[in-house]
Each structure stands twice: as structure tokens, then as C-alpha cells.
Design a protein around this ligand. Structure first.
Ligand code: MG
Length: 381
């Protein structure tokens, strides 16, 4: 049973190319299935979340991160009677445009692309599902529904928005997305804030003492767990803390959002889109705890010297690949050379740069490292 303001097959704004309706599944289930079967989705397995793939087998990757976002989003969507399949489709596709080496890779590629219109991973995720996946005879991309695509395009500068047609509109005439997209956006944060804490502890970059000292959420849950299990071993204590933080955030966002929806009096998806602000929200207390958590992660994990050291190497690799391919396109595989010359014929230097950025963004961590070695090390063949 969907709420009247949830996205549905009845109120979907449809696909860019019309198709016969799916059999035995909904339109948004079809989106999810297309995403799972595409090649960009499989490559998420070897792309960095915080730790580069070869740093360890136990850390989150972009793939497991996306699965966690999908799980959190689905459980909130179900409780709020929103479209669980749509939330899942958006969650599974939200990071498809991520470069190798996480944010370091994205920043480096954006820097390289500055003279040619820049690079942004949300926009790239949309390019993947609208253009870069080539599987169907009738069109490029996956031809997903409007609702999944609007969820993917979380951010977009006004000057680029026109290029994206229907999903770009809300960056010109401000409007909200449907609730499922709003929800995945916040569940993305819930997932990475908690799993980055867990990975940081596992990597030995953060200590439990440090977390207890600096984070109210950790302290509260640690005290509760120790009251019930005074002799609990540290590894299990950590699991319990992470689990309870995640669960507290899920409960908070579900209740606060249900209240906000009720208070706003929205009845249809059009009301949600026209509402002056987003309706998916934490309580003020949880917002404060979250800000504390984010600041802590930035200072103690993302800026940790061991993470920074890898970030620096990632930047070197991306810059090296970009400048070498731009300087000499004959270093690229044949099919990329073809795309680069076709794009150059239509859009000049910027077209060629975009084809190279698409190629680099599609690489996994290990593929990029291997390419870098092939280009720089005479002994590597
Ligand atoms: Mg994400």
C-alpha cells in the first residue's frame, strides 16, 4: 500500500523513449533491474569509498556502500509507505558516476576538466544512465524513469541545468524532488557516516576512546551497552555501537519525516514537489549529533595522514592519465580514440576532453593504477 504522495506507476512522468509497460513488475522495479545488470554497477566493486580497494578486503567499497544505502532507504521507505522499489533504484545508481579513488579522484578530475566544463560525480551518474551505458538497440543509456533520474541528479549548477531537460528544470525554477529521492539523499549520509566510523576503527585510524571522548552518540550507546553487558569484548562493543547509531538515525528520520509530512498536509507527489522545503528530515537533536559526527570524520579520518597519503597518490595518477591522453590520443584504446575524435568533431577540444574524462571516470582503482604503470614504467608491459 503506497501513500497518496508516493511515486507510483500511475503518477510517473515516464521514460525519455516510450516503451511497452513491464510485465509482472513495476516501472521502478524495471529501473532497478536495469541498474543491477549494467556494467558501471559491477565496476563499483573495485572503486574506493574511503579506503582504496587493495588496502584490505574488509572495508566498504562503492558497491557495498550502495547496497547499504539501498537497505537503509528501503526500510525507511517501507515504513513511510513510499515507493520502496524507486528508493532502491536511486540508491543503487546514486554513485555510478564516481571516479576511481573516491572524492580525491573526483576532485582531481574536476581540476583537469576545469577549462572544459568541469566534472561532478552526480552529473556523471546521470550521464552513465542516460548516455554511456550502451546496451539497447533503440537508445543510448538505460532509459530510466524520470523519478529515478531526478533522484540521481542531486546537484547541478544553474548554467548546466538546461542541458538536462526535464530533470534539470528544478535547478532553474526551484522545486523539490519526490520523497523517495529526498530519502535516499539522507540515507546515503546515514550509511557513510556510520560505516566510515566502523572502517576507520577497523583500519586503526580511529580509536574507540577517541570516539567516546568526542561523539555524544557513541558515548550514550556505549554506556547503554556496558550497563547490560559489562564484560562485552571490544570488537562486539564496536559492532553494537555502530548498529545502534544507525538504528537511532533510521528511527529518528522515519518519525521526524512522518511528522513533517503530516504538518505540511501534502496529499500528492505534486504537493511534495511544490512544497517550499524538503520534507525528509531529522529532528533538531539528531541533526546536531550528525553535524558533530561529520566534523569528527572529516578531521580525524578523511584528513588522517594515511588517508591523505593515498589521496595524494590518487591525484597524481588521475592528473597523469588525463594529461597524457589529452596530449596524445593514440595512447588510448581504439574504441576510446573513436569516441574522442567523434566528440572532438562535434564539440572541439572540450568534446575530446569529455570523452577522456568519461573513460577515466569509468575506471576502477586497480585499472587506473595499472594504466598509470603501463604509461610510466618502461619495465611494465
Ligand atoms: Mg554515496
Amino acid at each position: 500500500m503506497l501513500a497518496s504522495y508516493a511515486a507510483s506507476d500511475e503518477n510517473t512522468r515516464g521514460r525519455r523513449f516510450s516503451e511497452t509497460p513491464p510485465i509482472n513488475r513495476s516501472e521502478h522495479q524495471r529501473d532497478r533491474d536495469r541498474i543491477i545488470h549494467c556494467s558501471a554497477f559491477r565496476r563499483l566493486e573495485y572503486k574506493t569509498q574511503v579506503f582504496v580497494n587493495h588496502e584490505g578486503d574488509m572495508f566498504r567499497t562503492r558497491l557495498t556502500h550502495s547496497l547499504e544505502v539501498a537497505q537503509v532507504s528501503r526500510s525507511v521507505a517501507r515504513t513511510l509507505q513510499l515507493n520502496e522499489d524507486l528508493a532502491e533504484a536511486i540508491a543503487l545508481s546514486h554513485d555510478l558516476g564516481h571516479t576511481p579513488f573516491g572524492h580525491a579522484g573526483q576532485d582531481a578530475l574536476n581540476q583537469c576538466m576545469r577549462p572544459f566544463g568541469g566534472f561532478e560525480h552526480n552529473i556523471q551518474s546521470l550521464r552513465v544512465v542516460d548516455q554511456l551505458e550502451k546496451r539497447y538497440p533503440e537508445y543510448d543509456g538505460l532509459n530510466l524513469t524520470f523519478e529515478t533520474r531526478e533522484g540521481i541528479l542531486k546537484r547541478c549548477p544553474r548554467e548546466l541545468a538546461l542541458k538536462f531537460g526535464d530533470v534539470g528544470e528544478r535547478f532553474i525554477n526551484p522545486a523539490q524532488t519526490g520523497l523517495e529521492a529526498q530519502l535516499v539523499n539522507v540515507c546515503d549520509e546515514i550509511a557513510y557516516n556510520t560505516h566510515d566510523l566502523d572502517d576507520g576503527l577497523r583500519a586503526g585510524l580511529l580509536s574507540l576512546e577517541q570516539l567516546i571522548d568526542e561523539l555524544d552518540l557513541v558515548k550514550i550507546h556505549r554506556d547503554q551497552i556496558l550497563a547490560a553487558y559489562p564484560d562485552i569484548p571490544e570488537r562486539r562493543l564496536i559492532h553494537q555501537i555502530i548498529r545502534l547509531i544507525m538504528s537511532a538515525q533510521i528511527v529518528d528520520i522515519t518519525n521526524a519525516t512522518a511528522d513533517a509530512i503530516r504538518a505540511a498536509g501534502v496529499e500528492t507527489i505534486a504537493d511534495v514537489r511544490a512544497y517550499p522545503q524538503t520534507l525528509v528530515t531529522f529532528t533538531l537533536d539528531m541533526q546536531a549529533a550528525n553535524t558533530q559526527l561529520k566534523r569528527f570524520l572529516t578531521k580525524s579520518l578523511y584528513h588522517h595522514y594515511r588517508v591523505r597519503r593515498m589521496t595524494r597518490k590518487a591525484k597524481t595518477i588521475i592528473e597523469y592519465l588525463f594529461s597524457h591522453y589529452m596530449g596524445d590520443v593514440t595512447l588510448l584504446p581504439h574504441h576510446i580514440q573513436d569516441t574522442a575524435s567523434a566528440k572532438k568533431a562535434r564539440h572541439g577540444e572540450a568534446g575530446r576532453a569529455r570523452a577522456i574524462a568519461d573513460y577515466i571516470a569509468g575506471m576502477t582503482d586497480r585499472y587506473a593504477i595499472n594504466e598509470y604503470q603501463l604509461l610510466s614504467d618502461p619495465m611494465k608491459i
